[in-house]
Ligand binder design. Structure first.
Ligand SMILES: Cc1cc2nc3c(=O)[nH]c(=O)nc-3n(C[C@H](O)[C@H](O)[C@H](O)COP(=O)(O)OP(=O)(O)OC[C@H]3O[C@@H](n4cnc5c(N)ncnc54)[C@H](O)[C@@H]3O)c2cc1C
Length: 482
């Protein structure tokens, strides 16, 4: 068949951009299109009025030895997207019932006195239990992990008896990494991710803006025989003779031997391709996949550098959510302190701020992925209150505040095609039944169609999962085209 491209990648999020670049690196002629003006999807950086910042709080992990670092090395990006891991990457802050705050340096596993909050309830026994848990995580074999696909991480951790404060620490970190209920995150997924963070560090940022690796990746495609088309929406994925044959953009068919979709498994199957092209049981399964929760909040523009910690994860032992607590918050019963994630990009890379007198601070919390849920407005109000409680100094310095909602997340990434879905922070939720051996396959049951990004082919936290998927899918597609 005479085709325009070897591969068309729909979407230049972290998953799509990495997959496209890896295929270009193997000599494939690739077209990558994105409806957004810039690559990066949910991790797109904003460039306005002389400064670069993010749409919402975003920081990567693991800090070193990540798939993102590996991608940049494969593409020969050098300093084009340097991984930034300052000595002080961030803080975990536990708020006790009397309002006192116990801070610890960022780290996934509190296994020593210096990595745990200096809280009166934490003694040698407590640290011993945490250490035992860390060893069990590090030593778990692949087979042991696979067997934990159906065990939830909260129950698995409960077996070590780590106590209230360290438990809150772990549950809050898990909520933040997966944006899903801790009582349904599989222990397999959680352990693999947490041990990456604890062995290779947390709190990675990218010089020039968090989206730099995606930007480097699409530039690589364009410089290696392919094309990157921003502001280009794919209306349909074409199917002929039982296989994906290309994409339709503004009524024009662009052909390829394979189509890789980064637009989300549900929007791809149910809207871009159409349910009629798939087996009924597959459509049934795809339609019922559960999204991760959303993450909503605000960007604060300050006329003075008030905050001196690049990243803060703040929580009480009521802030972390399992299913029951999420449902309670959905009906208006919130904890006194929401889990608050705060990031100041210019504290990772000083060149991101327009000058030394200003600061952009991003803060958010978990909410419903449902674009019509009233929960988002309440969540944003609570983020505001918590920011003012935590940093009373910002009050007189806020010159502008912009909120971000589940609808903004959807606009930057995937369409809402199933009730309650669209504003998910990650992709389909990393919960039991959707992870490990139960994760959707990257090859669709339609010849020539593949999924890349957080819905298939990777593990880990957010952007890292998407790039892991980029590697997996590039291997598979390259082999299929050989
Ligand atoms: C508030 C918030 C905070 C986050 N914080 C973190 C964090 O701290 N650390 C972390 O690692 N991750 C974080 N994440 C998650 C992370 O951003 C995502 O998991 C990851 O970026 C998803 O990548 P992806 O490749 O799966 O797809 P997406 O980023 O969803 O990209 C999909 C791309 O496809 C494009 N597209 C869709 N449909 C079409 C179409 N029809 N035609 C053309 N293009 C199309 C979109 O425009 C988009 O660019 C956060 C997300 C949010 C929302």
């Amino acid at each position: 068949m005479d085709v325009a491209f070897d591969v068309i990648v729909v979407g230049a999020g972290y998953g799509g951009a990495s997959c496209a670049a890896l295929l270009a690196e193997r000599g494939r002629r690739v077209l990558v299109v994105d409806k957004n003006p810039q690559p990066g999807g949910k991790a797109m950086s904003l460039r306005r009025a002389g400064s670069t910042y993010e749409m919402w709080p975003i920081v990567g992990g693991p800090a070193t030895g990540s798939r993102i670092e590996e991608l940049m090395a494969v593409l020969g990006a050098g300093d084009g997207a340097a991984m930034v891991t300052p000595e002080r990457t961030g803080e975990l802050r536990f708020i006790d019932s009397d309002g006192s705050v116990f801070a610890t340096p960022l780290g996934a596993l509190p296994t020593s006195a210096t990595a745990a909050p200096d809280h009166p309830e934490i003694g040698q026994d407590e640290l011993g239990s945490a250490f035992e848990m860390a060893i069990a995580m590090v030593e778990a074999t692949d087979d042991q992990l696979a067997a934990l696909d159906t065990t939830d991480i909260a129950s698995w951790m409960a077996g070590f008896g780590i106590g209230r404060v360290l438990n809150a620490h772990q549950m809050a970190v898990l909520n933040l990494l997966f944006v899903a209920p801790v009582d349904r995150i599989p222990a397999s997924e959680a352990i693999r991710t947490l041990r990456d963070f604890s062995m290779k560090g947390a709190g990675r940022y990218h010089a020039g803006g968090y989206a730099r690796p995606a930007e480097v990746a699409v530039d690589y495609v364009a410089a290696h025989g392919g094309e990157y088309r921003p502001r280009t929406k794919v209306d349909r994925i074409a199917v002929e003779g039982g296989r994906a044959t290309g994409v339709v953009i503004d009524g024009e068919l662009v052909t390829a031997r394979a189509v890789v979709s980064n637009a989300g498994i549900q929007p791809t199957v149910l809207a871009l391709v159409g349910a009629e092209h798939f087996p009924d049981d597959y459509v049934g399964r795809v339609s019922t996949l559960e999204p991760s929760w959303s993450f909503v909040g605000a960007r604060y523009f300050l006329d003075a550098p008030v905050i001196d910690v690049p990243m803060v994860v703040q929580f009480s032992d009521e802030s972390w959510w399992d299913d029951e607590r999420f449902r309670a918050a959905e009906t208006g019963r919130w904890p006194d302190h929401p889990l608050l994630f705060t990031v100041v990009p210019s504290l990772y890379d000083a060149s991101l701020a327009p000058d030394t007198d200003h600061q952009v601070v991003l803060a958010g919390t978990m909410s419903s992925p449902d674009l019509s849920s009233p929960m988002g407005a309440e969540a944003i109000r609570r983020v505001d209150d918590e920011m003012r409680w935590t940093w009373p100094g910002i009050e007189g310095h806020i010159v502008k505040r912009e909120v971000f909602t589940a609808a903004n997340v959807s606009a930057a990434s995937r369409a809402s095609v199933v009730p309650g879905q669209g504003g998910e922070c990650i992709g389909i939720a990393q919960v039991i039944g959707q992870c490990g051996s139960s994760k959707p396959a990257v090859a669709a049951p339609l010849e020539g169609l593949y999924f890349v990004g957080c819905d298939a082919g990777g593990y880990g936290c957010g952007t890292h999962q998407a790039v892991e998927s980029g590697f997996t899918v590039a291997d598979l597609v390259d082999a299929a085209l050989a």
